[in-house]
Design a protein around this ligand. Structure first.
Ligand code: GTP
Ligand code: MG
Length: 171
């Protein structure tokens, strides 16, 4: 068959938001890890969609590793940004990290697509994706395509919709 187009994706977001759990769900079941541990530094993962072959830089969200993120921006052709919808206390920290990303010279003037997952929607006190979008002021992002999906990474819910959107942006 046709060789799939290769795309580099950077997966960002605070620690414990569910990045690694999301990426793990997108991998073929025989390649999925059984238990997920906090990422140290970063991890390179691969998954495929119908037309694309994604290489994901799954970054650690821990404060001490966030300075690593920017080193991968240049190579990234898409961004997945994950938010823990139930972590109201740190929503402002997530917004700060997002704003820093959007203002970075390697991102600022590029029309790079950003897929947001408002993750952990299964938790009782989770905010809706609309509310998360408002708190992060996503409507202010005017020069890049972006999309937000509510997700439950543990059950794999909401992930396909997001990845379908991302694939459409890159084609
Ligand atoms: P770092 O690697 O430290 O940056 O964290 P991460 O963003 O990769 O988070 P990780 O995937 O390790 O998930 C953190 C915890 O949240 C784990 O215990 C997951 O099982 C849990 N988790 C992830 N997604 C969901 C979700 O949608 N719902 C619920 N209830 N728990 C989730
Ligand atoms: Mg991780």
């Amino acid at each position: 068959g046709l060789k799939k187009k290769e795309v580099n994706v950077i997966c960002l977001g605070l620690d414990n938001s569910g990045k690694t759990t999301i990426i793990n769900q997108l991998k073929p079941s025989n390649a999925q890890a059984q238990d997920i541990v906090p990422t140290i530094g970063f991890s390179i993962e691969k998954f495929k969609t119908s037309s694309l072959s994604f290489t994901v830089f799954d970054m650690s969200g821990q404060g001490r590793y966030r300075n690593l993120w920017e080193h991968y921006y240049k190579e990234g052709q898409a961004i997945i940004f994950v938010i823990d919808s139930s972590d109201k206390l740190r929503m402002v920290v997530a917004k700060e990290e997002l704003d820093t990303l959007l203002n970075h010279p390697d991102i600022k003037h590029r029309r790079i697509p950003i897929l947001f997952f408002a993750n952990k929607m299964d938790l009782r006190d989770a905010l809706s994706s609309v509310k998360v979008s408002q708190l992060l002021c996503l409507e202010n992002i005017k020069d890049k395509p972006w999309h937000i999906c509510a997700s439950n990474a543990v059950q794999g819910e909401g992930l396909q919709e997001g990845v379908d959107w991302l694939q459409d942006q890159i084609r």
